[in-house]
Design a protein around this ligand. Structure first.
Ligand code: FES
Length: 169
């Protein structure tokens, strides 16, 4: 890729404002042009990096995927899940989940993968917040505000002896 940054440093013959004898020197207009290109390039790279990071690889994921939680074993103790809040956990397959307890004893497991572009959603008081673009979900996974428009996927879990286990039974 070529850019003005790689362009030879020749004076502009039409530039009458700067009739300098300094061959190879940049005039003010050339400096501003090049600085603008560098700034635009850095800004573009930042936007791309922001879209490509955060656990989702930057792909659009507006379709909730089925996630059964995988494996067996306790994800957490019910007592570890804050009442009126959420706990981030990982299942045996490395899937990031949110266990929520909107009311005492009612545990819901959700995929923590944002349905907008795949960032990892975290508990934020009584809501679930995506740090990438600010989507908000309630503790049932329903979308409260965008840019995500779809709910978080529910994951099957069950409770035995005060422990939240992956799977239906
Ligand atoms: S990835 Fe964009 S709001 Fe979550």
């Amino acid at each position: 890729m070529s850019s003005l940054l790689d362009a030879p440093n020749t004076p502009d013959p039409n530039d009458h404002e700067h009739a300098s004898n300094c061959v190879g020197c940049l005039d003010r207009r050339q400096m501003l042009k090049r600085a603008g290109l560098v700034t635009a390039g850095v800004a573009a790279a930042g936007v791309l990096a922001a879209c490509g990071s955060g656990g989702g690889g930057g792909s659009t994921n507006d379709t909730p995927s089925e996630n059964t939680g995988g494996g067996s074993g306790a994800l957490a103790k019910v007592s570890d899940v804050p009442e009126g809040g959420a706990l981030s956990v990982e299942d045996a397959d490395g899937n990031e989940l949110l266990l929520t307890q909107a009311s005492a004893g009612t545990i819901v497991a959700l995929s923590a993968i944002c349905t907008h572009q795949g960032c990892t959603v975290k508990g934020d008081g009584g809501e679930l917040l995506c740090p990438c673009h600010g989507s908000v979900f309630d503790l049932s996974g329903a979308n409260v505000s965008g840019p995500a428009r779809k709910p978080l996927s529910e994951v099957d879990v069950h409770v035995v002896d005060g422990e939240v286990l992956a799977g239906k039974t």
